[in-house]
Ligand binder design. Structure first.
Ligand code: TRH
Length: 385
């Protein structure tokens, strides 16, 4: 019987939850679906605990959901596994790198898993080796939306679970009740709101309050909720809806990562951000608005447009225009009233588009399977020069 491979995943939490969100999802999937012995090294166990409440941030090593979770410092005491995955170019401790080099390419395969981008250059950079001191190579693995990339994280059961949940009329009601949320008014548009701070929220909130069609905002913790509290001149409380005209505002608790999908499945429109929630909203097959992670040099605007180009390819020109206008206005801090109501008017068409898009993405192998295959193809002999 062959021995289980040990995979070491390294995650440096830069900010927020996306770095560990991706790391945790990948770690669990490698352990549960690919039978890998996974060790996940994380430098911020407190942030990790937000998405994984069963974690004890005081422990240097613990088993959670079939994954060994280790503090960052534990790498100083351990030998590298068969595969080492750096998430998002995080830097490993020098003694650990020396041990990788000492063991050599025949014993350790080394990968840098990069950020998600829809830009066309990604296909050319995916699976490129990068020479490291000591004659070892690091493989660059790029997630993405097209067959020439490493794909997207997607658990084997995800789409079946989504479909079963959405087909069950009571599921939404039960989920909302468990979160302390009242049922939305009839004909209301329900919006899951998980974004970054942005300008001109007040005008948008005033317009929603004055609109003829009711809107319900389910608001995740974070800077957007702080801005909404400021608009209200009060703090939204969990389990209590606050109504302003046609607008109902509800604060959500921060839920464990495995519960997060249900929030997306329950909404008519998902406002999502960063990387992981953005991908999950696509698997939810719901109309979405992406609040992209802002970068100081505005590099994010090119990434936003690159995704729009893929997402809207082949879509009717008027619909593409409506989506592009709202996404650009939201991400550039522009006025929202007109572009928001144009978008809401198209929700039925956007829902059909979201379903087609999710089906198209699901034709590609998921990221964890592609990573396992790429490293299997590589074998124990390292990368060709
Ligand atoms: O939190 P994000 O903004 O994360 C990131 C980081 O800032 C990172 O440095 C940056 O590189 C990246 O964005 C682009 O957004 P994201 O990626 O959507 O991650 C959020 C995670 O939190 C995701 O895994 C879902 C999870 N989550 C929960 O588990 N429960 C919740 O209640 C909420 C609101 C989110």
């Amino acid at each position: 019987m062959s021995q289980r491979e040990t995979w070491d995943l390294f995650c440096h939490v830069v900010d927020n939850y996306g770095d560990i969100g991706v790391g945790w999802r990948l770690a669990r999937q490698l352990a549960s679906e690919h039978d890998r012995h996974v060790r996940l090294f994380v430098d911020d166990l407190n942030t990790f605990r937000s998405i994984c409440p069963q974690l004890n941030p005081r422990l240097a090593q613990q088993a959670v959901d079939g994954v060994q979770v280790l503090s960052w410092a534990r790498q100083l005491q351990l030998e590298p596994g068969d595969v080492v995955v750096e998430l998002f170019g995080c830097h490993l401790a020098a003694p650990f790198v020396e041990r990788i080099q000492a063991r050599g390419a025949a014993r350790v395969r080394w990968v840098n898993l990069e950020h998600l981008s829809a830009e066309p250059w990604v296909e050319g950079a995916h699976l490129r080796p990068s020479p490291q001191p000591g004659g070892i190579h690091k493989l660059f693995f790029f997630p993405g939306f097209t067959p020439g990339t490493g794909g997207l994280l997607r658990e084997a059961s995800l789409l079946a679970r989504r479909d079963a949940w959405q087909a069950m009329p009571a599921a939404r009601r039960i989920a909302l009740r468990a979160l302390g949320l009242p049922p939305p008014p009839a004909h209301a548009v329900t919006v899951l709101l998980f974004g970054y701070a942005r300008e001109r929220l007040d005008d948008w909130l005033n317009a929603l309050a004055a609109a003829s069609r009711p809107t319900v905002l389910w608001i995740c913790p974070g800077p957007l909720r702080d801005a909404i509290n400021a608009w209200l001149h009060m703090e939204l409380l969990l389990g209590q809806a606050t109504v302003r005209g046609s607008l109902t505002l509800c604060a959500l608790p921060f839920v464990a990562q495995e519960r997060f999908d249900e929030l997306l499945w329950a909404a008519d429109l998902c406002v999502v951000r960063g990387e992981d929630s953005f991908v999950r909203a696509q698997w939810a097959a719901r109309p979405l608005l992406w609040h992209i992670y802002p970068q100081h040099d505005d590099a994010h605007l090119a990434k936003l447009q690159a995704f729009l180009d893929l997402y809207l390819a082949g879509v009717d020109a008027d619909l593409a225009e409506t989506v592009g206008a709202l996404w650009q206005a939201w991400n550039r801090g522009l006025e929202l009233d007109a572009v928001w109501s144009d978008f809401i008017a198209e929700l039925p068409r956007l829902q059909r588009h979201a379903e087609r898009w999710a089906e198209q993405l699901a034709r590609q192998p998921d990221l964890a399977s592609q990573l396992v295959r790429a490293l299997r193809d590589l074998g124990g002999g390292g990368l060709p020069l």
